[in-house]
Design a protein around this ligand. Structure first.
Ligand SMILES: Cc1cc2nc3c(=O)[nH]c(=O)nc-3n(C[C@H](O)[C@H](O)[C@H](O)COP(=O)(O)OP(=O)(O)OC[C@H]3O[C@@H](n4cnc5c(N)ncnc54)[C@H](O)[C@@H]3O)c2cc1C
Ligand code: SF4
Length: 615
């Protein structure tokens, strides 16, 4: 224990968890604390953020000054290892408008020049995408769980905000989230004492707040999974585990090893002082300390196996180091491999009993794939020129944001699209890196020498970017399925993607463009490219915002959903999916906090059912 090889694994476990990211980490945390003996299988390599994070390396020490490359799209220092828009040996198939009809293997190309209908970002490392995500942690609100009841589109969740609210509190307390309670419509407050204080706003954020107030757009502290102060290692563990002293102790011990952020380095590289949330530094250490968790890395799961009664018996996986096929057994299987990958495993688990794939009697596995609507605009703000130097690095992402504010206008029919978006924005004088001065040459008039240096000092920090993150409504034309021909290097059939934005999302993207231009102009700035009135020219390609959810939807009816409200398969009682797959809508709130809250709720139920002998 705890990192094992296939040959050293136990003959059987209580639970197998596939994947070690936000969902897998959260599931392992809850189940091991409840006393279940758990095997976690992770397709990527072992990864240690403490020893592997180059927190203080300046861009000049990196090839190409750290600029993004096809194998490192987010730059040389990004924490992702062995992952990206494409993963070696693991193809997926897409349509490509630049290449004509038919199916094509996805290739590494720039997000904005791709002709691909879908971009699938996959990590291959312990902790998954949590090692480099941006850490925005927004709760879905009461409206977001019942969207169909409000406007007749899409589907309602089988749960309400009130069902998940206690789990949002728990996750926020566990991982550490800064932010404030503002009492705004459908932008829920946390319980008192849960959120950490937010960092001070930067100059550009205060300026945006001032001018957005005139436009009626709220600008409030962001919610980010970064420790703005050390966690309360006495009261939080007692609050989270009132009847479980061992779990409280393991959590307290790990909390004491986490330091507060020093606001100076890039969170996308990971955090060696454990100040931000990564599954590897927050979920897995207490789970390992329980003595109940074994982890096998480089283990690529192919399928869930079942017995003659149709119950899951374990999973078959490829040990990537040896290339051998292995089997692991357990009473319960939890898929947490990310929405599309969990759907792939189910669709590949075909048997005579389940000819369309496991847990797929509804025919809905792979259906209702969703991403987030994304569109952006940049501007130059003269009021921010010649700012005196000061440290604006902060939590490396925005300290303030704009939640969706037009609920009343929408309700009154004054908007031409349903649902909403929030605005993520940034600018200022963070540590320069490749791309920081991309906008500069439009303003210097080709200056060089002394004049160029003066221009740089004048304009550095005066550029601001605004990005909308909006709700996509699930549609029948957007889904993933198994490609009939293509297999990966381990002989596992791969996914192919159908993706279509509807008019709802396209009109929303156009509204974003108009709003951002209005904000930039209200600040006395100039937009750097003309805002698009045609949203289809502004919207990011499907998958581009990397908020892949849907594909194993939960619901109240086995005929129309894959899972019940506890993420348990209707068809196979000892099979659960705890990643973004169960989502039936994709509110404008970034999904990971909800993935974790929902996984915690599902695993509480799972542990309870095991104790009752029902699983
Ligand atoms: C650059 C970036 C920024 C982001 N910013 C935000 C943000 O600010 N806020 C937010 O809410 N979300 C954000 N996200 C999205 C967020 O990372 C995901 O929602 C979250 O990580 C999903 O958790 P997960 O556990 O489902 O999947 P992952 O974290 O991707 O973990 C899945 C794990 O399963 C493993 N796996 C996959 N297939 C198999 C298999 N067959 N066998 C064994 N193991 C397998 C993978 O290797 C991986 O480690 C961002 C993502 C990226 C890439
Ligand atoms: S900004 Fe803070 S949380 Fe992020 S990597 Fe640096 S120290 Fe860690």
């Amino acid at each position: 224990m705890p990192f094992v090889t296939s040959s050293k694994a136990r003959p059987a476990y209580d639970v197998i968890i596939v994947g070690s990211g936000a969902a897998g980490g959260q599931s392992a945390y809850v189940l091991t604390a409840a006393g279940a003996r758990v095997l976690m299988l992770e397709a990527g390599r072992n990864y240690d953020p403490i020893s592997e994070t180059p927190m203080f390396n300046p861009p000049m020490q990196a090839p190409l000054r750290g600029a993004g490359t096809p194998d490192k799209p987010f730059g040389f220092y990004d924490a992702t290892v062995n992952g990206g828009w494409t993963v070696p040996k693991e193809p997926y198939m897409v349509k490509n408008s630049q290449r004509g009809p038919g199916w094509y293997e996805a290739t590494d190309i720039d997000l904005w020049s791709t002709g691909q209908n879908f971009m699938w970002w996959r990590p291959r490392m312990l902790g998954g995408r949590t090692n480099h995500w941006a850490r925005f942690s927004f709760r879905m609100g009461p409206y977001d769980f019942k969207p169909k009841s409000r406007d007749g589109l899409g589907m309602d969740w089988p749960i309400t905000y009130e069902d998940l609210a206690p789990y949002y509190d728990k996750v926020e307390a566990l991982i550490g989230v800064f932010g404030t309670n503002e009492g705004l419509e459908n932008t829920p407050d946390s319980s008192p004492g849960i959120l950490l204080p937010p960092p001070r706003p930067r100059a550009n954020e205060l300026l945006a707040k001032k001018f957005c107030a005139k436009l009626g757009i709220p600008v409030i502290p962001s919610h980010v999974a970064v420790l703005s102060q050390p966690q309360d290692a006495i009261n939080i563990p007692a609050r989270l585990h009132p009847d479980n002293p061992a779990a409280a102790r393991a959590l307290a011990d790990n909390m004491r090893t986490r330091l507060a952020c020093f606001w100076a380095t890039s969170c996308g590289r990971g955090c060696a002082i454990k100040a931000n949330y990564q599954s590897t530094t927050v979920h897995l250490p207490p789970a390992l300390a329980s003595g109940n968790l074994d982890i096998i890395t480089d283990a690529m799961v192919r399928e869930v196996t079942i017995d003659e009664k149709g119950r899951a018996t374990g999973v078959r996986y490829i040990d990537k180091a040896s290339g051998k096929e292995c089997h692991a057994s357990a009473r319960v299987v939890v898929l947490a491999a990310s929405g599309c990958e969990s759907a792939r495993i189910l669709l590949n688990s075909k048997t005579a009993q389940f000819p369309n794939g496991l847990a797929n009697r509804s025919g809905k596995v792979g259906r209702y794939l969703m991403d987030t609507v994304g569109a952006g605009l940049r501007g130059q703000i003269p009021m921010l020129e010649n700012c005196p130097p000061y440290n604006e690095d902060g939590a490396s992402v925005m300290h303030m944001y704009m939640p969706w504010w037009l609920y009343r206008d929408q309700h009154a029919g004054r908007l031409d699209f349903p649902r909403g978006y929030h605005i993520e924005f940034g600018g200022g004088r963070s540590m320069p890196e490749a791309g920081t001065f991309d906008d500069l040459e439009n303003f210097t008039g080709g200056s060089y020498g002394k004049k160029f240096k003066e221009d740089v000092r004048r304009y550095y920090g005066s550029f601001m970017g605004f990005a909308g993150r909006g709700e996509m409504i699930p549609n029948e034309d957007t889904y993933c399925e198994i490609d009939p021909d293509k297999k990966d290097a381990w002989g596992i059939p791969v996914l192919r993607f159908h993706f279509k934005w509807s008019e709802h999302e396209i009109r929303q993207a156009a509204h974003m463009q108009k709003t951002f231009a209005g904000i930039i102009e209200a600040m006395g700035g100039k937009v750097l490219s003309p805002p698009q009135s045609d949203g289809s020219k502004a919207i990011a390609p499907g998958g581009g915002i990397i908020h892949e959810v849907g594909t194993t939807c939960m619901g109240g009816d086995p005929r129309t959903s894959v899972l019940n409200q506890y993420c348990q398969s209707w068809d196979v009682k000892n099979l659960f999916v705890t990643d973004g797959g169960p989502f039936v809508s994709n509110a404008d709130k970034n999904p990971t906090l909800t993935i974790m809250a929902n996984a915690w709720r599902a695993c509480d139920y799972l542990a309870g059912e095991m104790k009752k002998g029902n699983l």
